[in-house]
Ligand binder design. Structure first.
Ligand code: SF4
Length: 365
């Protein structure tokens, strides 16, 4: 049984989409710029840079764009190369581009077993574009081909009148209710929930979906993490097009994975210096175990659903892999190592602040 060595959250710098959801993080920040990701590296090179040998073992690689991930065809051979390298891949998608799913299901079954999709269920957009049937067909397509999936709704106030309708449609087509995430207002300082309802009311409305994803996210949302976090070592935030690596979303840049690919990768855990207001994507980072002392459900629990016909959204291979915790294949640091890591983070932050300031002054002159 494979155990996860690292979690790589890979950003695809596509910043456009065929949908226009009002609650989209990219829309909020007016970042839609019709930009499609461009890869200067071949799939073989990317797979070599992210080889199991270099990363230390099989990893879960989450592929998510700043728009629709599957808009670019170049991603398909990259996914295939990473699967051939033995990794487990999760692709975040709006599920509407049938042509891509038709391409993907042609991959060998052995590879598809390690592939999963996170279908974002944008109900109102799917209805407006008359793509609801196509969306469910694409889910059936990948399920029949042997890949795994999860379906997730970004709850928004406009969707509340449709809750019963969504539940009916979901039971009919998915055999289960979708999971529920938490919609964020990324332009607020504390990364607040995007809703006119107060938090308790919001939780009451959306908890009727009985989603383990929602339950866990609700528990950790708004809670600043102060424990020692191994993001930056056991997990990485990677720009898949450029190779730039950060510790986490708010973390420091710690190198470029496409430079010197025969050398070990550079890592630096965040430690006790996380600057994020709260761990809003902790349903992945924390359930996988970036903070090993935290008691959490497994990532499989927050992604899977059992269907009315007895089948599950995750196949056995994916389920067992994402049920593992990072601490099972990594060694926790000693007290002195932790202190050293914290000091290194603080020093680097100060050095980068001074650097940025002196650049600003230079530019003004
Ligand atoms: S606590 Fe969460 S947000 Fe902070 S560094 Fe760790 S994984 Fe990232």
């Amino acid at each position: 049984m494979d155990k996860m060595k690292r979690y790589i959250d890979a950003y695809i710098p596509t910043e456009t989409c065929n949908f226009r959801c009002h609650y989209c993080y990219i829309t909020q920040q007016r970042k839609f710029n019709n930009k499609l990701a461009k890869f200067d590296y071949t799939p073989e090179f990317i797979a070599k840079a992210l080889s199991q040998k270099r990363l230390g073992g099989p990893c879960l690689i989450n592929l998510c764009a700043g728009g629709e991930t599957l808009l670019i065809e170049e991603l398909i051979p990259i996914v295939e190369a990473l699967l051939k390298e033995g990794h487990y891949i999760m692709i975040v998608t709006n599920g509407s581009l049938s042509v891509r799913f038709d391409q993907i299901i042609k991959m060998p079954k052995e590879l598809l077993k390690r592939l999963s999709f996170k279908f974002s269920f944008h109900y109102l957009e799917l209805k407006r574009l008359k793509k609801l049937e196509e969306f469910f067909n694409n889910i059936r397509k990948i399920k029949n081909a042997g890949a795994s999936f999860t379906v997730e709704i970004t709850p928004n106030d406009e969707l509340i009148p449709y809750i019963d309708e969504i539940k009916q449609v979901s039971m009919k087509n998915l055999g289960a209710l979708p999971h529920i995430t938490i919609a964020r207002n990324d332009v607020t300082k504390n990364i607040a929930v995007l809703s006119k309802y107060d938090y308790e009311e919001y939780k009451k409305i959306w908890s009727t979906f009985d989603s383990d994803l929602f339950k866990f996210k609700s528990e950790i949302f708004y809670k600043k993490r102060k424990e020692f976090c191994y993001a930056g070592d056991w997990s990485l935030y990677l720009n898949l097009a450029t190779g730039d690596v950060r510790q986490c979303y708010y973390g420091l840049n710690i190198g470029n994975i496409y430079k010197n690919i025969d050398e070990p990768i550079e890592t630096l855990a965040v430690g006790n210096t996380c600057t994020s207001p709260h761990c809003y994507n902790g349903h992945a980072f924390l359930t996988l175990g970036c903070i090993p002392e935290m008691k959490t459900p497994t990532y499989a629990v927050v992604r899977n659903r059992k269907c009315a016909d007895g089948t599950e959204w995750l196949n056995e291979t994916m389920k067992s892999f994402i049920s593992t915790k990072l601490v099972e294949s990594n060694v926790e640091y000693y007290k002195q190592e932790k202190q050293k890591v914290n000091l290194q983070n603080k020093k680097l932050r100060v050095a980068r602040k001074i650097n940025a300031l002196s650049k600003k002054i230079k530019n003004k002159k």
